[in-house]
Design a protein around this ligand. Structure first.
Ligand code: DGY
Length: 330
């Protein structure tokens, strides 16, 4: 039987596509970017597998239209763009790519911490625009130390742990909150479990690593931002929806917190008029945390492995909706 697969991006590395081509006919969105809703609805009607990214909303109407679809393989660790309930009801497998982007995201998290606290982006602009007049001056553009400060990790999954390992090298004290306590990590990394409120209050750097779920949406809002130290920085490389952006803008505007390093936003691409983009104490990135060539290639390959396994009737290694196995489509 020849399977049909639709790939939503024309930037997926060839190594991954080759793997899929061995078992299926592959149709790739020819245009740069995400296909329109109408195009997607049309493209899914005859496919067995969908290879997608976080940019595609894989909702109930789309899944309903895909009568033969067996598997949605997302090239992402996050899966908040997929309606898992609808997929499970219809017997469609949903997979993601955990693990392979952990180190890249952790690297960027530390990068954002350093960039915002030591004013690296501001300094770069200052030099380029000709503002640098005096060879050296004692208090020019001084920032705050990372060394020896307290890092609060909100969400201790793989990425939170990788961030903690790096932060150890910076001599940081690390506290964390997660719905599940991790005694092994506490022991091996010397990190301390706290309530969410304690983590927020104690942190000099509060780094967000929880997935976007109904219970984590806007879970950093006015109340939480008001608990933070006025000298503290918020770093978000997880999902924009976890932080209430209006509340964050207000906290930064009023000096309630010292700054923020943001890779993700409530709406992406972020609106150019968003007040966050006018603030000097905010460093922004275009959802790039996993954006190393090594990591993105590994994500594509893992998505392809999941897809191929799903099409062949095997259990994909990174299945998200395990309950689907009882009713999967053949
Ligand atoms: C993910 O994988 O969920 C990221 O947000 C994109 O790398």
């Amino acid at each position: 039987m020849v399977f049909r697969v639709y790939v939503t991006s024309n930037e997926v590395p060839e190594t991954a596509l080759e793997m899929v081509r061995k078992v299926a006919e592959v149709r790739i969105n020819p245009a740069y970017g995400t296909p329109s809703k109408e195009t997607l609805l049309k493209e899914v009607t005859d496919i067995d597998g969908l290879f997608c990214n976080i940019t595609e909303k894989v909702d109930a109407p789309l899944l309903d239209a895909a009568k033969k679809l067996k598997i949605v393989a997302s090239m992402s660790v996050g899966f908040d763009h997929i309606d898992l309930d609808a997929a499970t009801k219809l017997g469609i497998l949903a997979t993601h790519t955990p693990g392979v982007l952990t180190e890249a995201v952790a690297d960027e998290t530390l990068g954002l911490m350093l960039a915002v606290s030591r004013r690296l982006v501001e300094g770069d602009r200052y030099v380029r625009d000709g503002s640098w007049k005096l060879k050296w001056s004692p208090m020019l553009m001084v920032g705050r130390d990372v060394y020896s400060k307290t890092l609060g990790i909100y969400g201790l999954g793989r990425i939170g742990i990788a961030v903690a390992k790096r932060a150890k090298g910076f001599g940081m004290r690390i506290v964390y909150y997660d719905a599940f306590r991790n005694a092994d990590a506490e022991k091996s990394l010397g990190i301390e479990f706290r309530s969410k409120e304690e983590v927020i209050r104690e942190s000099d750097y509060l780094s967000v690593h929880v997935p976007l779920l109904p219970e984590t949406r806007n879970s950093i809002s006015t109340k939480e931002l008001e608990m933070m130290k006025p000298t503290a920085y918020l770093i978000n490389t997880a999902r924009g929806g976890v932080v209430d952006e209006k509340a964050l803008i207000e906290a930064l505007r009023t000096g309630r917190i010292a700054g923020a390093g943001l890779d993700v936003f409530e709406r992406e691409p972020v609106d150019v008029d968003n007040p966050l983009l006018k603030m000097k104490n905010v460093v922004v990135e275009p959802h790039l945390a996993s954006g190393s060539i090594e990591s993105r290639t590994a994500m594509a390959v893992l998505a392809a492995q999941n897809l191929v396994a799903g099409l062949k009737g095997e259990v994909p290694p990174n299945l998200v909706n395990k309950q689907v196995l009882e009713r999967r489509r053949t």
